[in-house]
Design a protein around this ligand. Structure first.
Ligand code: ADP
Ligand code: ZN
Length: 284
C-alpha cells in the first residue's frame, strides 16, 4: 500500500494510490491543529492497511533536507500551533515500518506536472503558485531542488512595475514578489479580490509584469525548459499569455529556452497535483 498526504494551509488530503501517481481513494478535510490533522490522516490510513511508503507534500517553511536538525519540522510558519511541529516524528510513530518522503507542496506539484501533466517528460521545470502566498517548486536535472532549506522564490525582490508605488503586504519584506503580487496584495492594492477584477483591468498587466520577472529570475538561475503557473490568481483569463508576452520583452532576445512556445503554461492536474506528487514521492 502506497499513501500520500498533502498538508495545506487550509485543507489536507490523504490518499492511497499507485507508484505512478494514480489516486485509488482519497479524503479531503480542513487543516486544524497539528495533532488533530495528522491524527485524522493516520486514522484514515490505518483503516485501509499498513502503508509501505508515505509521501508527504506540505506547506512551509519546512525542513526537507534529511540529516539536518530541522528535518521533518514546520519552521517559522505564522499558522498558529504549527511552528516546530514534526510531521515526520508523528507519522514515524504511527507507521514505524513505512518509508517516509517529505517535500514542499510546490516541489510535489512540480514533480507531478513534470511526470504526468503540463511539463510531461521534461527534467527542468518550475512550478509557481499564486494564491494567498507565492512559491515555486523546482525540478532541475530531474531532481527536486532543496538547497540549505528550500527555495523561497516568493520572497525575492522584483523591479517595480512602471508607476507602481503600492507599499506591499509581506509582513517580512513589504514589497517582495509575494508582497506585490499575491492574492491578498491584489485585493489590498485595488480594493477588490483578484477573482472579481475583469480581464481588462490594469491589475493584470501589473500582475503579469511581476510574474514575468519571477520567471526571468528562474531562467537566470535554474534555466527551466517550461514554467507552469498555477494557484487561484493564475486563473484570470489570459494571464499566462500576458506573462509570456512581457517575459519576451524583458528577455530581450536572450534566454533561448523561452523560444519553446508556449513557455509559460497553466497546470494540467489542477487540484490533484499535490496529492499525485505525494504518491510519486512515496514511490521513490
Ligand atoms: P490558497 O493559496 O489559499 O491555497 P488559492 O490558490 O485558491 O488559495 O488562491 C486564492 C486567491 O486566488 C484569492 O486571492 C482569489 O481572489 C484568487 N482567485 C480565485 N479565483 C480567481 C480567478 N478566477 N481569477 C483571479 N483570481 C482568482
Ligand atoms: Zn516577503
Amino acid at each position: 500500500m502506497i499513501a500520500g498526504i498533502e498538508l495545506g494551509g487550509t485543507k489536507t488530503v490523504v490518499a492511497t494510490g499507485t507508484a505512478v501517481g494514480e489516486v485509488r481513494e482519497e479524503w479531503r478535510f480542513p487543516t486544524t491543529t497539528p495533532a488533530e490533522t495528522i491524527g485524522r490522516a493516520i486514522e484514515w490510513l490505518r483503516e485501509r492497511g499498513e502503508p509501505q511508503a508515505i509521501g508527504i507534500a506540505a506547506f512551509g517553511p519546512l525542513g526537507v533536507v534529511p540529516g539536518r536538525p530541522s528535518y521533518g519540522k514546520l519552521l517559522a510558519t505564522p499558522k498558529p500551533g504549527w511552528a516546530g511541529f514534526s510531521i515526520i516524528d508523528s507519522l514515524a510513530a504511527a507507521f514505524p515500518q513505512a518509508r517516509l518522503t517529505l517535500e514542499t507542496d510546490v516541489n510535489a506539484a512540480a514533480l507531478a506536472e513534470a511526470r504526468l501533466g503540463a511539463a510531461q517528460g521534461l527534467d527542468d521545470v518550475a512550478y509557481i503558485t499564486i494564491g494567498t502566498g507565492i512559491g515555486a517548486g523546482i525540478l532541475s536535472g530531474g531532481r527536486l531542488v532543496h538547497g540549505a532549506l528550500h527555495p523561497e522564490s516568493g520572497h525575492f525582490k522584483v523591479p517595480r512595475a512602471p508607476g507602481d508605488d503600492f507599499a506591499g503586504v509581506c509582513p517580512f519584506h513589504a514589497d517582495c514578489l509575494e508582497g506585490l503580487a499575491s492574492g491578498p496584495s491584489i485585493a489590498a492594492r485595488w480594493g477588490k479580490p483578484a477573482a472579481e477584477l475583469p480581464a481588462d483591468h490594469p491589475a493584470w498587466e501589473t500582475e503579469a509584469w511581476y510574474l514575468a520577472h519571477c520567471v526571468l529570475a528562474l531562467l537566470g538561475i535554474v534555466s527551466p525548459s517550461r514554467v507552469i503557473i498555477g494557484g487561484g490568481v493564475s486563473q484570470a483569463d489570459g494571464f499566462h499569455e500576458k506573462t509570456e508576452r512581457i517575459l519576451g520583452e524583458i528577455a530581450a532576445g536572450y534566454f533561448s529556452p523561452i523560444e519553446a512556445k508556449p513557455y509559460v503554461v497553466p497546470p494540467m492536474l489542477g487540484q490533484q497535483a499535490g496529492i499525485k506528487g505525494a504518491l510519486l514521492l512515496a514511490a521513490g
